[in-house]
Ligand binder design. Structure first.
Ligand SMILES: NC(=O)c1ccc[n+]([C@@H]2O[C@H](COP(=O)([O-])OP(=O)(O)OC[C@H]3O[C@@H](n4cnc5c(N)ncnc54)[C@H](O)[C@@H]3O)[C@@H](O)[C@H]2O)c1
Length: 277
């Protein structure tokens, strides 16, 4: 049994980790932060060249990484990723970060069912697949850790983001349930729920033209925290056995308002939307 299993080592230290969506943004920051903490990381992404760039950045910092092409929405590819990670690192994985995700916006009746399926495929099925194929490995090892990247959208219910909100609420519910179910196996779970983080999510997403420039501008210029800050904080929260990482003040404020009075919050949201549209 490892030091982490004997509770002498924190899950973010010297991890054998797999990060999905590691070719950009928050996923890349997770990979680099894990490297700083002495870890080895399998960087999985649908975009292999982007994952390879992350591995090159890790190498510059003297850390070992592996790039693997994987579409997280495809169960066979995620199963293969889990098996391949064990072979590449010559160790069972100790941490999986289910981070890959895509942005989707637009009025409910503008979204096509294809849009819904695309968003569910990556954001929700991607995380389900990651948990499904890595939990047995952690049970085999006797310990492990999962970080699922949800969003403040999992509880803010912001209009014109229905599909995205639904996927992220699902990721939060999955994480909350697994946290209770897996505790007795020494498998820790953390769910990350940020508001804006400057990354490529708008550029890579399906956002209606009328918003995309504005949204990207807001993301890049008004975000209160960087992806590096978010990765550091989340790994620290995981180490302290916390279930939730809600990084920014606005994310915390919405979380409190929603929990204090869900009905009042819904009225506030509806009124705000009517006034500003
Ligand atoms: N940026 C934000 O403001 C923000 C806020 C809340 C939550 N999030 C969440 O953070 C996570 C990371 O997003 P980001 O902001 O770093 O965006 P990003 O676009 O910069 O990075 C996402 C990465 O995921 C990869 N990816 C996309 N589809 C994939 C698939 N099917 N299989 C594997 N990889 C795939 C992309 O190639 C990209 O490298 C997402 O789950 C997103 O929903 C982001």
């Amino acid at each position: 049994m490892s030091l982490f299993g004997k509770k002498k080592q924190k899950p973010s230290q010297n991890a054998y980790a797999v990060v999905t969506g590691a070719g950009s943004g928050i996923g890349r920051s997770f990979a680099l932060e894990l490297a700083r903490r002495g870890g080895m990381v399998v960087c999985a992404d649908i975009n292999l060249a982007a994952a390879e760039e992350t591995v090159a950045l890790m190498a510059q910092a003297g850390a070992k990484g592996f790039a693997v092409q994987c579409d997280v929405g495809d169960k066979a590819q995620v199963q293969q990723l889990a098996d391949q990670a064990e072979v590449l690192m010559q160790h069972l994985p100790t941490l999986v970060i289910n981070n890959a995700g895509v942005g989707l916006g637009g009025k409910f009746d503008e979204l096509t069912l294809d849009d819904w399926q695309w968003c569910m495929h990556v954001n929700l099925w991607g995380v389900i697949h990651g948990c499904h194929y890595f939990v047995p490995k952690f049970k085999q090892l006797g310990y492990g850790a999962i970080i699922n990247v949800a969003s403040a959208a999992s509880y803010t219910a912001a209009p014109e983001m229905t599909a995205y909100n639904v996927t992220k609420a699902g990721v939060r519910a999955l994480s909350e349930t697994l946290s209770a179910e897996l505790a007795k196996f020494d498998i820790k779970v953390n769910v990350l729920c940020p508001t804006l983080v400057p990354t490529n999510i708008i550029k890579n997403g399906r956002i209606p033209g009328r918003y995309s420039k504005l949204a990207d501008h807001a993301l890049m210029n008004y975000a209160m925290t960087t992806s590096d800050d978010v990765a550091r904080l989340t790994l620290n929260r995981l180490d302290s056995n916390a279930l939730y990482t809600i990084p920014q003040i606005d994310a915390k404020l919405f979380w409190l308002m929603k929990r204090a009075s869900p009905s009042l919050y819904a009225k506030f949201l509806g009124t705000g939307y009517r006034l500003f549209k």
